[in-house]
Design a protein around this ligand. Structure first.
Ligand SMILES: [Zn+2]
Length: 312
């Protein structure tokens, strides 16, 4: 394989979840192992295990819901044991915000009888991907880190969900209700969000973040698609938003900020397109402009998003 090919693959993989090489992931993100029993309480029923990624546990009187698995079965085991220590019963539901390995590849570490619920769009995206993202994932970092990632992912196979839903799936966990939502494409085609009704907490995966720029990981998704998905979620008026790779924040603030970023990106790309600037130059210009405009955000290359605006 030529260096160019290697560099291209590494670039693509780096852009999947973690962002570009220029903006290395935070120290917290460097460690793919989650810490057992380190969950923080966010609201009456919602706990977060902060890490790569943030894993959310919703505890009801009759059942528990876990959102995302961690990277590989060893992390899945850590998550499941952390949830068991908080849970009031052994009935356990699991869902994943999207199919990328740190969100979904730990399912094998969960106890038998865990009920896996997944959106149809995510299930289909995962089947189409057919393990390609999984096998690319462990080379996204160099040296020992890559070895650790590949060890964590060794032998991982995705199993079929127990429940597949189209747009929404309601869970009564006993005294608390969770709505699993597919609101449209954004970071991936199958992004799934979870709204915890009583606590007004919305778990947004990689769709709405906190000072962390959008990563356009799936082909064909434009900034306008992503904005439509956010607008659908905004109708829930969440009090707290919990993203998977950045810190929780005020619902209204994070929706406003993420939407504003995407609108600015979309408008600027259309303006440069109308002015006859090439797609490649527009990507370079917009990356620099957004960096200046959002100095305290962790940003990822927007060039592929710009190219999609040009292709619209
Ligand atoms: Zn991702």
């Amino acid at each position: 394989m030529t260096w160019n090919k290697v560099a291209t693959i590494m670039w693509a993989v780096a852009n999947l979840c973690l962002g570009s090489w220029q903006a290395p992931a935070s120290a917290q993100d460097q460690n793919p192992m989650l810490r057992e029993n380190a969950a923080e309480k966010l609201s009456d029923h919602v706990y977060m295990l902060r890490g790569f990624p943030n894993v959310v546990i919703v505890v009801g009187k009759t059942a528990t819901l876990i959102i995302d698995t961690g990277l590989g079965p060893r992390n899945g085991d850590v998550v499941a044991r952390t949830a068991a220590a908080l849970a009031k019963t052994t009935k356990l539901f699991l869902t994943t915000t999207h199919f990328h390995p740190e969100h979904a590849a730990g399912e094998g570490g969960f106890p038998k009888g865990t009920i896996l619920v997944r959106a149809r769009a995510q299930h289909e995206e995962m089947e189409q991907d057919n393990g390609a993202t999984l096998s690319r994932f462990s080379i996204r970092r160099g040296g020992d880190a890559a070895l650790l990632d590949s060890a964590l992912l060794e032998g991982v196979k995705y199993r079929k969900p127990d429940v597949i839903f189209d747009k929404r799936y309601d869970l009564d966990l006993g005294g608390v209700h969770a709505r699993l939502i597919w609101a449209g494409p954004a970071h991936t085609r199958g992004d799934t969000e979870v709204f915890v009704k009583e606590d007004r907490v919305l778990v947004t995966g990689d769709v709405i973040h906190n000072k962390y720029g959008p990563v356009f990981a799936a082909s064909g998704i434009t900034p306008r698609d992503w904005i439509r998905t956010i607008d659908a979620l905004a109708q829930l008026h969440p009090k707290l938003i919990v993203p998977t790779h950045s810190l929780p924040g005020d619902g209204e603030d994070l929706i406003f900020a993420q939407r504003g970023f995407l609108v600015a990106l979309d408008e600027r790309a259309h303006a440069l397109k109308a002015a006859g600037t090439s797609a490649i130059d527009a990507g370079t210009i917009i990356n620099a402009e957004m960096k200046a405009r959002y100095p305290d955000w962790e940003l990822h290359s927007l060039s592929n998003a710009v190219a999609r605006v040009y292709a619209e």
